[in-house]
Unconditional design. Structure first.
Length: 251
């Protein structure tokens, strides 16, 4: 069965997605107080700490299985102590990122009212660009934060795997404890800091699904996309007899 693929006008997607971000995302951001932001970061930091706490607890439980004074017990107890708290570098990183988000929120809040009240099309467009730049800056901060937290949790696992003095059973026990909490922390980062909500809540999903046929390329089976560093967003529509579906794809 023949399948035809059409491409949605990228300029139209970008324009509507930006408008959607401004209308749906910014009002929630500017309504937040510094205390709200601090609470969210504190919740994620506590979840992150639990990765270390779970590792320390698992090390201690394994240490208790060995005789007092044995080299295995001493090494496991030392490992437990080393995982007893978040590294100072991570604690500082949380504080620094929270400060950046609070500053970004203040800048968005200061720009939001003039943007909403502006009647002149040229001035409004200028305000719009400023708001979008601030949103992009915020996204970079949160992505950098997410990557840093993820790398740190991987470091906990790398340290565990590289400790030759710890037996396989102990490693498995600690690994399970770390993985369980690491997954919970990753979810907390996404929910509390990034809050992407998944594809079904993405502005692109609605925009692609509701786009007028005039915005689709007139030629089928001829798709070309351009991007930087390997990331290119395109939207495609698959058409066949009695069957129509619009799909979003990321390459």
């Amino acid at each position: 069965m023949k399948i035809e693929v059409g491409v949605l006008n990228p300029a139209m997607i970008s324009e509507l997605a930006d408008s959607d971000r401004l209308e749906k995302v910014v009002p929630g951001i500017v309504s937040e107080t510094d205390r709200d932001i601090e609470t969210r970061f504190r919740d994620v930091e506590h979840s992150h700490y639990q990765v270390y706490a779970n590792a320390a607890r698992a090390y201690a439980l394994e240490a208790a299985k060995h005789k007092d004074g044995s080299s295995e017990r001493l090494q496991l107890e030392a490992a437990a102590i080393s995982q007893a708290q978040l590294p100072d570098e991570i604690v500082r990183f949380y504080a620094q990122t929270a400060f950046l988000i609070k500053s970004n929120t203040a800048a968005l809040r200061a720009s939001w009212r003039p943007y909403v009240a502006e009647q002149d099309p040229i001035n409004r467009q200028s305000q719009r660009r400023k708001m979008l730049l601030l949103l992009s800056e915020r996204e970079q901060i949160t992505r950098r934060f997410s990557d840093h937290v993820h790398r740190d949790m991987l470091d906990v696992e790398v340290t565990l795997k590289g400790n030759a003095a710890i037996g396989a059973s102990a490693k498995n026990a600690v690994q399970q404890a770390v993985d369980t909490q690491a997954n919970a922390t990753s979810q907390a980062v996404r929910k509390e800091i990034i809050d992407s909500g998944g594809l079904e809540h993405s502005p692109y999903a609605y925009i692609v699904a509701s786009a007028d046929k005039l915005h689709w390329a007139p030629r089928y089976n001829d798709t070309m996309a351009r991007g930087m560093f390997g990331n290119t967003d395109i939207a495609i529509k698959v058409v066949r007899p009695r069957f129509r579906r619009r799909l979003g794809a990321l390459f």
